[in-house]
Every structure is written in C-alpha cells, then in structure tokens.
Write a protein that binds this ligand. Structure first.
Ligand code: DMJ
Length: 938
C-alpha cells in the first residue's frame, strides 16, 4: 500500500512484512483507486487535455527551477522579483522563516526527487553531481531542526531513494555509490545534539557547525518547540537508520514521539501547539490540525504505513477520533482548547490545514475530506489562492500566500481516491492561477497580499519539492512516470521513501518501542472502511452530492450559521444569546443580559468603556459561556472595525514589455491626492524627476509631462513633492524610499501624510514604494527605458490590461484626507492610529511553516466600536466554566474535563452547578491560555 494510490478492494497494497497486520492495514488505510470511475457532474477529461496540463506543469517547473539554477544557485532560495539568490545574512532578516536557510543550496536539494518524478532524469543526474560537489553541511549557521529535517535530510534521502532505483534500472546513475546517503548520515549526526534534553524532545534550532552547547553555537537557550517540530522526524530518521543500519536516528525520533504521546491531554486526547522541551508542559494549549501540529498527526499515520508498527496507528486513531469529535465542524476545522475541547480557541483557520483532507483520504475517511476540500476550494476561487489565514466566514485574516502546496496535495489524493474528474478541473484552476498571478519573469513569486495581487520577493523551496510533484502526478497516467509511485510514501515535504524500508533493519522498532500497547487495542476506532469500490460505481453522484450543499458556502456564509451550532442547539427553545454586533450600551435590557453573563462595564476616564467578564459572577454556567463568547465576539468586532477604517495597500503593476502585468509591487497610499480606491487606476510611463527628491521646481518638466514621476523620499514633505511634480505636468507620482534595502517584506507599510495644510490642490495619485520594490522599477528603466505602470488599489487582470490600453486617468480631488500633522514628512506607522493604511500583512513571519500565522488583526480588542455601540473591550480574557453541557445534536459532546489528569467523560453531565474551586481553577487556566494565545498571535 502506498498513499499514492491503492490496489485491491479497500485499496491497500500490503507489502509482506513479518509482524505487520494486513488486517489493520487493509482496514485502516482505505485509499482507493477508482480511476475508471467517472462521477456525473464533472465531465471526464480527455487524455489529450491531461497531457497538455501535465506539459504545462513541466514548463512551469522549468521556469521555476531554471531561474533558480541560473540566478540563485548555489544560494538557498531564489528571490524572483530581484532575480538573485537569497543568502542568509546578506538580506534583511525575516525572522524565524530564515531558519530554513543553512547555506546548503536548499532549493536544489529539495528539488532532487521532483526531477525524477517529472521525468527529468538527466537533470537529476546533473543535480546530484552538483549537490555532491558544492554542498557544505558544516556551515556556522543556526537552522531549524524541523525544516532541516523535512527539507534537507528528506531531500537527500528522497534523492538517494530514486538514485538507487535508477541505478538498478541500469541506464542512469550507474556511477552512484550512496554518496547522497552518506551526506544524509552526516547531516543526521549534526542534528542529534538537538535531542540532548531530558524529555527527548529536540531543541528547535541547532548550529550546523557548533551544535547546541558551545558558546559559538548561539543557540540552545530555547525552552519551547512546536508539536509538529518535535513530532515530524520519524519518517526521515527511521529511513536513515534503515538505509544505513545506524539505529540511533530512529531511536531518537521514536523517543520524541513517545514523549508527545505521553503528554497528550488525557481527557480530550488532543495535543497543544507548543510544548516546553524540558518540562513537557503545554505552553500553548490550543489545538487544531494546521500550523504547529499538522505533520505530527501526518507522521503518526505514515509511520505506521512505512514502519508497520501498530502503536503508531493506535495513536493516530486515538487522535483522529478526538479531532473528528472536537476540531472538525464540517466543513470547517477549528482550533479548540485541549482542556475544554468544546470551546473554540479562535474563529479563523490557517492555510496549512489544507493538507488534512489528503490525510483523511489516507485514513479512508473520504466524506469529511471532500467537504473540507470543497470549502477550501471556494475560498481559493474567491481569492485566487488560499490566504495564510481566513475567518470562519471566509474573510481574509492574513493575506499572504507563499505558494503553499497543501491544497494541491489534497486535490491529488482526492482524485486518486475518487477518480472524480472534478479534481482535475480543480488542478487546472490552480495551474491557471499560478501562471496568471504568481508567475514573474524570473520564477514564481509568493503573494504578499492575495487581495491586491502584490508579490513578495520569495520562492520557497517547498514550491519545487511539493507543488510540481502533486500537480504533475494529478494529470499523469501510470505510463507517464518512469517508476511505480505506489512503491513509495510521501514525506510531509513530498520526498519519496521506499516502502520496502519496512522490512529492512527493523530491529530497533521492536527493541526500543516504548509504546504502552502490547497488543493492538482497536476498541476506540472504527475498522470499517468506506469501500469506495462499492460507493462510487453504485452512486456516481456520491462525491458531488457531498460537495453540492457546500457550493455557496463562501458567498453565502454566515459565521453564526456554521460555528457555534453546537452551543446554540443546546438551548433550543431558549432565548438566543446576545451577540456583540447587536449590543447597544444604551439599551437597559442589554445591560441586564450583560450582568447575567458576568460582564461588567467600566467607564474609563477618557470616555471609553471597558468590558470585563468574571465567569463566577454569571447567573449560570451557560450564561457564563455566553459571556465568554460575547467577549470574544466583541474583540473580533473591534479589530474588524479598526481594519475597516483603515486603508488597504495599493499596487504598482509593471505592464510594459517584458513584464506584461506580472510584476506587482506593494505600495503605500497617501492621505492626499487621487484616492485610487475610489477612482479608476492611473496608467502611464514612468520618468525620474530632477531634482530626484522633488523638493523644488522640476528642471525636467518635459520628461515627466504626462507621465508618472519617480521621486526619492526625504528632505521635504510628501505633499510638497506631489505639488512639484503635478506642476510639471505629471499624472501621478511614486515616492521611493531613500533608506537602502528597505522592503515591504520587512517594514510595515504606512500612509504618506499631508503637510498639515489644505491638500485639496493635489489632484494626482501618489504612492510610496520601499527601496527594494522601487529599485525593481529603476532597474527596469535602466534596462528597458520605456516602462509603463498601473497605479491602482489592486492588481488588474493581465488579459484586460493588455487588451485595453486606454485606462482613464480621472483627475478627481480627494478632500477627505487632510492631515493636521505638522512635522516634516511624517511617517505614521500603522499600529499607532486607525486612520492610516492597513498593512494587512503579518507583523512577524511564522517561526516555521508549522508555526501559527501572526495576522495583523489579531490584536487584543481595540478601542473602536460602532457609534451607539459599546466602544471598548480591552481586558477580556475571561472565560466560563461549562458545567451543564451534556450532549449536542450529534451526541458528540462530552463533558469537559476539569483537570488535565482527572476527568471522566460523563462525570459532571447535568445541570448541577460546578464547585466554585473548580470554576476558579478552570477560569485561571483559561485566562492563562487566552493570554498565551494572544501573545503568540501578536
Ligand atoms: C512544507 O514545508 C511542509 O509540507 C510542512 O510540513 C508544512 N508546510 C510546508 C509548505 O507549506
């Protein structure tokens, strides 16, 4: 059995392994290949079209890989906007995200096995030689253990796996003598010092040259790591052990997994997002299937597939049961608290969870996989890509999209399981969107903001490791691939490991397993397999019928309708609880309800009102729960209102040859001049003004007349520059930052303020670009002389731009943006005031792909509220005890455990009041959890 496709009956090809239970395998891993089945609804795709799309994927890969090799190699990554390599230390730090870069030609290593999957065997041979010749694993760089494992160790092992396969075939790689494996082993030993903790959980970072302890290492003081970071090692480490016979790697990875399993919250069977590597305490007690946890679950199931060790399946199924009970709220997957799993921990989802439908396919649970995938697809149809985070009512929560492959991965697995051509159409859309919105002359650029279509100078290595593999495989027939993909398992980075490893050097698994199970306990999970061999042929509308009710879920979404159904259903017949959006501070009835919910109003000296909730003052536990929800809603409402009052970023799109609209730069607006959000875009050729700072009358009016003038920031007010270029006849202006190296990747956008006087006389649009983005235009002028750009609120469709060169330049005044600020050339950073441009980009990148997003709008409740509504809630970490909750409509609700250790599922079911001590203990714990989450999210 491989995850790539199935074989017989319930779809599992079962390798012959001594102790591996074929019953368990066939029953639990229900991936079904139904290629001959075509469900009604989506028309079958012809072989020609599939081939055409496959070829398109190949061409796109060539564009990405070719540009990396030409312009970036041997650097770790390509910077596709500036067309050069990203070398750590030479670019402004992006924070933790840079920990993937170890000066080891990351993208090349991550691409190795993709080359073979895509039939580029010669290029593979060449790439392996380059890795052996050029890559140094002994650099004095601090790297993420997790990222280095999944991308570099996994890349080397995937490369090795396919190198020996090719060698055996007899044509290519005849010279190969396990050199990649030797490098992998060297790297494995470099990572081992990270495991030197009493818990066996690895430190999150390590210095490749100096390890952890030595002072030169500059790392080793961390106390926390994410669950996925500690729990995503077993496939690579076990493969390394089994390939080499050095058992230590598998032992260490098993120990870390054993520890995590021991630390699961015993009543909910969930794990938190971050854990203390020394004490084993959960640091973040929220739990989902996305950022921070995702591949921990993935590796439990896949470890069972690769290693045939029942205890991994047992653990996976126990967690899966909990996930489906608490986190899955179809079609949503929402984070909850590990101690109070009926309480949602947030009202947004992150993009990393898009891998989960694929994992559900591997598990054999097709229905919820179809549902969640469909929901995600609709979010994509709305925004072209999956934003890093989006709310339960499908608004953008964090607008970035670094070309993540998870959705393509799930699409591939769903196609393999259902054979429904609908998923081919989905893949086609992904290809189209990548080419339309992310493709730039020098590769593919991450989306900085899916709403504006602006780019980031970034092409992560996983784009080559994963995206192209899954897209190519989606359209490929068996004969299009030179080996049998079903003999391999995909790691989380889509590296291929051969299933025959399960029977090689397997002594360690027996010797060191610390699982508490001696015999497989299957009482807690369902062994039945949704046998799609029966399902689909008998009911070709099956997948479609699951998708159908979700078709309009994004457009017609109403958060209330989808989430909290469980709570509301509990009180059928009861008065619906007060919602934050309906609340009016002047309504005495509302004030009464507030009191019942334990919420008090505090009038602050500055006229604002603060809301505080004390669960123990609520009339009942249900009121306390309503109070908690009310507070959470109020926080959300406030931050949303703040956002709405802010202005989104603007876009500068280069439309002339050879860019043709592909390069979109994120720009800051001005508080004066033409407001591009209210008027059509301004289009024109660019010209540099003289003097370049634009602080006096221009000496080259003939050059800027009818054009968009480029001016350098500094030495006078923004408004003064605008007047000078306007007087010279410019139709717009772009101010370029004089602070060399600045970029919207690393600095918060801001809105150019006026000069404190009336700026109604400024009619032209003005935008601001940081230096890096500005230099892309300046370089373009140097190279191509005539450079035409579009100034707008968001990137325009390329086809429309190219068809319709006549774009109106409306010359409307903008009067609403007068500023009273008196200082010269004010730069008002966003968080300080609400009337500035909304950056809508994360304030800090996640530590790793497995860390939570940090959206700008997750700050604590703001001091803004609609008029007539209560203005503020700033101290709202309060929560309520949940005694009295018994069952929801699905009979899924279990009573909340009161302490981590001591809980029996039905102990307090009933309306009986919870003891005050227990309420207080819960309350403190929740406050702590909320505070922690808020801190993390900020
Ligand atoms: C990849 O590096 C891996 O899939 C990882 O597990 C999380 N996601 C990134 C890509 O988004």
């Amino acid at each position: 059995m491989s995850e790539a496709g199935g074989g017989r009956g319930c779809g599992c090809r079962v390798p012959q392994r001594a102790s591996w239970s074929p019953v368990a395998a066939t029953a639990a891993l229900c991936l079904v290949l139904a290629t001959s089945v075509c469900t009604a609804g989506a028309a079958p795709m012809s072989r020609e079209e599939k081939q055409k799309l496959g070829n398109q994927v190949l061409e796109m890969f060539d564009h990405a890989y070719g540009n990396y090799m030409e312009h970036a190699y041997p650097a770790d990554e390509l910077m596709p906007l500036t067309c050069r390599g990203r070398v750590r230390g030479q670019e402004p730090s992006r924070g933790d995200v840079d920990d993937a870069l170890g000066k080891f030609s990351l993208t090349l290593i991550d691409s190795l096995d993709t080359l073979v999957v895509l039939n580029k065997t010669k290029e593979f041979e060449d790439a392996v030689r380059k890795v052996l010749r050029d890559v140094n694993l002994d650099n004095d760089v601090v790297v993420s253990v997790f990222e280095t494992n999944i991308r570099v160790l996994g890349g080397l092992l995937g490369g090795h796996s396919l190198a020996i396969m090719l060698k055996e075939k007899g044509e290519y790689m005849q010279w190969y003598n396990d050199e990649l494996l030797q490098m992998a082993k060297q790297l494995g030993y470099k990572l081992l010092p990270a495991f030197n903790t009493t818990s066996g959980l690895p430190y999150p970072r390590i210095n490749l040259k100096f390890g952890i302890r030595k002072p030169e290492a500059r790392t080793g003081t961390e106390t926390d790591t994410c669950t996925a970071c500690a729990g995503t090692l077993i496939l690579e480490f076990a493969a390394l052990s089994r390939f080499t016979g050095a058992t230590i790697f598998e032992e260490y990875a098993r120990k870390a997994l054993d520890f995590l399993w021991e630390k699961r919250q015993r009543s909910s069977n969930l794990v938190g997002v971050t854990i203390n590597i020394h004490t084993g305490d959960w640091v973040r007690k929220d739990s989902g299937v996305g950022a921070g946890i995702d591949s921990y679950y993935e590796y439990l199931l896949k470890a069972y597939v690769l290693l045939g060790d029942d205890s991994f399946l047992e653990r996976f199924n126990t967690h899966y049961d909990a996930i489906m009970r608490y986190i899955s709220q179809p079609p949503l997957l929402l984070d909850v608290h590990i101690h109070k799993p009926m309480l949602n921990a947030r009202t947004w989802m992150d993009a990393l969870l898009a891998f989960f439908p694929g994992l559900q396919v591997l598990k054999g649970d097709i229905r919820p996989a179809i549902e969640t995938h469909e929901m995600l697809y609709q979010v994509i149809k709305k925004h072209n890509f999956l934003p890093e985070a989006f709310t339960t009512d499908f608004r953008v929560h964090w607008a970035q999209h670094p070309l993540r492959p998870e959705f393509a991965e799930s699409t591939y697995f769903l196609y393999k399981a259902t054979g429904d051509p609908y998923y081919l159409e989905v893949g086609k859309t992904l290809i189209e969107n990548l080419n339309k919105y992310a493709r730039v002359p020098c590769g593919f650029a991450a989306m900085k903001d899916v709403r504006t279509g602006s780019h980031e100078d970034r092409m992560d290595s996983f784009f080559l490791a994963e995206m192209f593999k899954y897209l190519y495989l989606l359209f490929a027939d068996k004969e299009d691939i030179i080996f049998d993909i079903e003999d391999y398992i995909f790691t989380t980075e889509a590296h291929l490991l051969p299933l025959w490893l399960s029977t090689t050097n397997r002594s360690i698994s027996k010797k060191n397993t610390t699982s508490e199970y001696t015999e497989l306990d299957d009482s807690n999970f369902d062994w039945t397999c949704p046998n799609t061999q029966i399902l689909f042929p008998n009911d070709p509308l099956y997948a479609q019928s699951i998708r159908e009710p979700l078709k309009n879920v994004v457009d017609k979404s109403c958060p209330r309708g989808i989430i909290r159904v469980r709570e509301e259903s509990l009180r059928s017949g009861a008065q619906p609880p007060l919602r934050a959006r309906d609340f009016m501070a002047t309504n005495p009835e509302h004030l009464e309800i507030l009191k019942k919910m334990g919420v008090s109003l505090i009038h602050l000296k500055d006229g604002r009102v603060q809301l505080v909730q004390h669960a123990i003052q609520a009339a009942s536990s249900i009121d306390a729960e309503d109070g908690l929800r009310f507070m959470q809603e109020m926080i959300e409402l406030s931050s949303q209102q703040q956002k709405e009052q802010q202005l989104p970023p603007r876009a500068v799109q280069i439309i002339s040859h050879p860019f043709f609209g592909r390069v979109v730069l994120t720009a800051g607006p001005a508080q004066f001049g033409l407001d591009l959000s209210k008027h059509k875009e301004t289009r024109g050729f660019v010209a540099s003004s003289k003097p370049y700072n634009g602080c006096s009358e221009l000496t080259n009016p003939e050059a800027v007349m009818g054009k968009i003038a480029l001016i350098q920031r500094g030495q006078c007010m923004f408004a003064e520059k605008a007047r000078n270029i306007q007087n010279a006849g410019a139709i717009g202006g772009i101010v370029i930052d004089d602070n060399e190296g600045s970029s919207s990747d690393t600095a918060p956008l801001f809105q150019m303020a006026g000069d404190g006087k009336d700026t109604d006389d400024i009619k032209i649009p003005m935008l601001f670009l940081f230096s890096k983005e500005g230099s892309i235009i300046l370089d373009a002028i140097r190279e191509h002389e005539e450079v035409e750009v579009l100034l707008s609120d968001k990137a325009r469709d390329r086809a429309a731009i190219l068809k319709d060169p006549e774009v109106e330049n409306e010359d409307q005044p903008s009067s609403e943006n007068d500023s009273q600020n008196q200082s010269a050339e004010q730069m008002l950073s966003l968080p300080q005031t609400v009337d500035l441009v909304d950056q809508e980009t994360p304030e800090k990148p996640p530590e790793s792909d497995s860390e939570s997003p940090s959206p700008a709008d997750t700050e604590e409740a703001a001091s803004v509220a609609p008029s007539e509504q209560v203005p503020s809630s700033t101290e709202s970490h309060e929560t309520a005890s949940l005694d009295g909750e018994c069952a929801d409509l699905d009979n899924q609700l279990q009573e909340q455990s009161e302490t981590e250790e001591d809980s029996s599922p039905n102990a307090s079911c009933g309306t009986k009041a919870q003891p005050i001590d227990s309420i207080l203990a819960d309350w403190n714990e929740d406050i702590e959890a909320f505070e922690m989450m808020e801190k993390d999210e900020l």
